[in-house]
Write a protein that binds this ligand. Structure first.
Ligand code: ADP
Length: 948
């Protein structure tokens, strides 16, 4: 091509460079071009020179061609992408190997190492150079890479010799990181609690699709290989609700690294808070971002940054709260030069997607709702933080209260109030409950039920702490009304403009005084760069939402449309922006324009939803006495009515979207986003009249709430509302985090469930014990599905009891649990006395022949069983022969599933014989058993109902 010709014939370029480039170009064009090139050379060169030229690639013979495909140089070409990624971080070592073998000069090395190139560009240049040096050089490189792989030491690159200054910088950075992370800010106002003293492992899990990884993850696993979905990507996402412990987890990770106790493969960790990055309005380069926002190197900045660029695999960035960044993630504006300046969010997005600083591992936290498909595309893996487990709550409370008698009392009171226990799965609520233990232990019957109750408790607790009186009187709120309104306005306007960090000026605008600050709800914002003046933030974003809710309830300044808009979050920002613009939050006209277009991001909607939940709770009848003397009761009543109307209207909207069922099918509602939130708002109101009213208009047979992030808290609210349904429903809660506590919370609505689907929900035998104890008393309850939980033989006695007691029970599905022959025997005990069960599913357990025999003998004379699945249970021919007895006698069985077992010919013969006496059975599934192809063919011909 003309262009290629011009590229090589650049005037003034040294001849040998041109020659090299020409050779490279010809080489990349393949064997035929090389052949043509050689032929051309032979023509132009004097004969004596041409004779020496022979080229193994230039061959017409097929066999020789094949040989050529496998040469080392060819491998460099065909496996280039993977070699590029393997070479990053060990280029120095590879260069050294080539220098030693005599293939590379120091000029070659310098050429590869040019600092303007990114590590991947360097790797590519390196490979090009090697190819130009020929087969032996390529061989040296491949050997080098192989050795690296064998020693598995890519991360601990032994050839890396960081410059002296880097160690000084590392020391400075780690002591700064350590200082920033050794205390938890939520304890700042009242007592000092080090992270070590209180840190409790949260439940960190990979997505359900990662079947290869089981059990909770530890801090190290976050950057480990487990659960990797996309090896090319560098960014790990940790997602979880507000208060689930995301920031604390990162804090822990930072602290462990700074102490040398974890993640030591990383020489440098740079922690960022997206909340704080919002206040950076300058355009920065990556270097400025790192050094100005995390830690400034005292000397040799360039050298240190170059080291970072050269060794990306030794560096980790963390970005806390991506959801709080003002701009939603986008990968449109690409940037790949680390020295180019750009707005901080553009830098951040390019870092996350890997256009900038490819190879540097990044850990990002966010609320899941704020993670869109564009970001997902760039994720290496995703982990979900699901708060504390029941034992985590126990551990946390014991750590929080050094006095074991107090801890025991708090735990005891949680056991008697399971709604509150459910709330404590959220670490932030567990923290409040522990913090307010005196109030909790003193409130007897009136112990908190709702999230609003818990936040009211902390409000009172903080005021009490600052008060000179030993206990606050009834008028405690009135006495502190000014503070509530000042902080309320700050919070409210912050929520409306997505502002979480406030300047002195913002505080002044809302009238926040020194005294208000002293109450402890606001803390000084930590800033690694410490270049900014004093800034404040609420102890936690949920506390900001709570104050915002208080403001909506109590203020004279909010207008009539505030509550309706709050329940329809889209309109909120537009309306309230006009009133105030916080200096820290809305720097540029660009952002204002974006906001005024009414595009609210997912996290804004989420914060408004949390605020709305609090408003519902605060305006409930049971809290109205609090507002006497704070706000005219007519105003409170009017606002309460508005909330009730909004909730009812919101529900109606959901019900209207239910499609009419196809004839013959059940009417089914699949919960849309926002449905569970409305249910939670209704729960906060604690007025059964409202719940009843909402449910009176819902007429469905099946309610599907799969993948709705339903944990114990949501179960409490669901049960509270759904118990008022007029007609029984099938309640489908598959793929959530219900757990045993959630199961217990669901019990009040069991009587309206005809079927309960709880697949994949972390339920253990203990949860089943409680569920069945209630289930046997519920007339409507007929079906249960518990695929993929943590059930063992210990739960089967309860099912046995259920089968004996309920002679109208239809279906039990227990697939993918840990039930063995013992469990099957227990089940058989129940089955013997049951005359109703139609479906029994035990797929993926371990019942073996003994279990199959026990079930078979119990079901031999069943007149109800229609479908039985023992797929993947280690059942052999003895089991199959026993099961043949059911077939012989049954008049109801239609399908028997025995796929993936170890049945041999003998077992199948028994089944064939039995089928001769049975016309009712439609199919027996036998794929993947111990049968030869010939056996399969022959037996399939004899009996067409066998499916192989
Ligand atoms: P998120 O970032 O998900 O909103 P945070 O990490 O800020 O949640 O947690 C809120 C509060 O909950 C913390 O300030 C702390 O008091 C408590 N907390 C969270 N996680 C833990 C944990 N793993 N151990 C102890 N306390 C925790």
């Amino acid at each position: 091509m003309q262009k290629e010709y011009q590229d090589i014939q650049v005037p003034g370029r040294a001849l040998y460079t041109k020659a090299r480039q020409l050779l490279d170009l010809v080489y990349t064009k393949g064997v035929d071009t090389c052949g043509l090139f050689l032929a051309a050379l032979n023509q132009v060169l004097p004969e004596a020179q041409g004779v020496g030229l022979s080229f193994s690639g230039c061959c017409s013979n097929l066999e020789e061609k094949k040989k050529y495909q496998g040469t080392s140089t060819q491998i460099l070409l065909t496996q280039r992408p993977s070699l590029v990624s393997q070479l990053q971080g060990c280029i120095d070592g590879a260069l050294k190997a080539l220098v030693i073998s005599g293939h590379f000069s120091s000029a070659d090395c310098d050429d590869v190492r040019l600092p303007i190139h990114t590590p991947s560009q360097q790797a590519r240049r390196f490979l090009d150079h090697v190819r130009s040096k020929g087969e032996l050089a390529a061989k040296v490189v491949l050997q080098f890479i192989q050795q690296k792989q064998e020693s598995g030491s890519q991360l601990n690159e032994d050839t890396v010799t960081p410059p002296k200054e880097l160690f000084k910088y590392q020391k400075k950075l780690s002591s700064s990181v350590s200082a920033q992370s050794c205390f938890l800010s939520t304890y700042g106002g009242t007592s000092h609690m080090s992270l070590d003293d209180i840190y409790t492992e949260g439940q960190l899990e990979l997505s359900h699709e990662c079947v290869d990884v089981h059990g909770p993850l530890g801090v190290e696993d976050i950057v480990g290989t487990a659960g990797t979905m996309n090896k090319e990507a560098d960014t790990v996402l940790v997602s979880g609700d507000a208060g689930s412990g995301k920031s604390t987890l990162l804090q822990r990770l930072h602290l462990l690294w700074a102490r040398g106790a974890a993640l030591q493969d990383f020489l440098l960790i740079f922690p960022f808070s997206c909340r704080r990055l919002n206040s950076e309005h300058r355009e920065l380069s990556v270097q400025e971002l790192l050094f100005q926002h995390c830690c400034w190197p005292d000397r040799e900045q360039e050298e240190i940054f170059q080291f970072i660029l050269d060794h990306p695999h030794l560096i980790l960035f963390t970005f806390d709260g991506l959801d709080e960044l003002k701009q939603s993630f986008s990968d449109e504006h690409r940037l790949c030069c680390p020295t180019q300046r750009a707005p901080v969010h553009i830098l951040l997005f390019n870092l996350i997607q890997g256009s900038l600083m490819k190879g540097v591992r990044k850990v990002v936290t966010s609320r899941p709702e704020a993670v869109g498909p564009v970001l997902k595309k760039h994720l290496r893996k995703e982990a979900f933080l699901k708060g504390f487990s029941p034992s985590g709550i126990d551990y946390f409370v014991r750590k929080h209260h050094r006095d074991p008698t107090v801890a025991a009392k708090v735990l005891e009171s949680l056991q008697t109030n399971t709604a509150l226990l459910g709330l404590c799965h959220s670490p932030v609520l567990c923290w409040i409950v522990s913090q307010c233990y005196k109030e909790l232990l003193g409130c007897g019957e009136g112990s908190p039920q709702t999230i609003t109750d818990v936040y009211l408790m902390i409000l009172q607790h903080f005021f009490q702490h600052q008060s000179s009186q030993s206990t606050l009187g009834i008028g405690w709120l009135q006495e502190n009304l000014e503070t509530v309104l000042h902080l309320g306005q700050l919070a409210f306007e912050g929520i409306a403009t997505s502002c979480y960090i406030f300047t002195d000026r913002d505080l002044e605008t809302c009238g926040v005084t020194e005294k208000d600050i002293c109450m402890g709800f606001l803390i000084q914002s930590k800033d690694m760069s410490s270049t900014h003046s004093q800034r404040y933030e609420f102890l936690h974003v949920t506390l900001q939402c709570f104050f915002s809710g208080l403001y909506i309830v109590l203020s004279n300044d909010t207008d009539r449309s505030t509550i309706p808009k709050l329940f329809e979050p889209k309109g909120m920002r537009e309306a309230d922006l006009r009133s105030t613009c916080f200096s820290a939050c809305l720097p540029s006209t660009y952002q204002q324009e974006q906001v005024l277009e009414g595009e609210s991001t997912a996290v804004e909607t989420l914060n408004l939803q949390i605020t709305a939940t609090f408003v519902s709770g605060l305006l409930s009848q049971r809290h109205q006495s609090l507002w006497i003397h704070c706000c005219p009761s007519a105003v409170i009543e009017k606002r309460a009515k508005q909330v009730v109307r909004c909730l009812s209207k919101g529900m109606q909207k959901h019900f209207k979207s239910i499609p009419q069922p196809v004839e013959g099918e059940k009417k089914s509602m699949h919960a849309m986003p926002g449905f569970v939130w409305l249910i939670k708002c209704i729960y906060e109101m604690q007025e059964s009249r409202i719940a009843k009213d909402a449910m009176s208009k819902l007429e469905v047979d099946h309610l599907k709430l799969t993948y709705c992030k339903i944990g114990p808290v949501e179960c409490t609210a669901l049960a509270y509302v759904l118990q008022h349904l007029k007609n029984p429903v099938g309640l489908q809660l598959d793929n959530n985090s219900v757990g045993d506590v959630g199961v217990e919370q669901l019990l009040p609505c069991m009587h309206i469930c005809n079927s309960l689907y709880l697949r994949n929900n972390n339920i253990t035998d203990e949860g089943i014990r409680k569920l069945i104890a209630k289930g046997v008393q519920c007339d409507n309850f007929q079906k249960i599905a518990l695929f993929n939980n943590q059930l063992t033989d210990a739960c089967t006695q309860h099912f046995s009891h259920l089968l004996k007691t309920k002679q109208d029970f239809l279906s039990i599905r227990l697939g993918n649990n840990n039930i063995t022959a013992e469990g099957a025997k227990q089940l058989a005990e129940g089955l013997k006395f049951n005359h109703s069960l139609q479906f029994l599913g035990l797929w993926g357990n371990e019942i073996g022949d003994a279990g199959a025999e026990a079930l078979a003998s119990a079901l031999e004379s069943s007149k109800s069983l229609v479908w039985l699945s023992l797929v993947g249970n280690g059942v052999g021919s003895a089991g199959a022969c026993a099961l043949a007895n059911i077939i012989k006698n049954s008049t109801s069985l239609e399908e028997l599933w025995l796929t993936e077992n170890c049945i041999t010919r003998t077992g199948v013969e028994c089944l064939i014989q039995a089928l001769k006496h049975n016309t009712h059975v439609k199919s027996i599934w036998l794929r993947n058993n111990y049968l030869s192809l010939e056996e399969v063919e022959e037996m399939a011909q004899r009996e067409s109902r066998l499916v192989f």
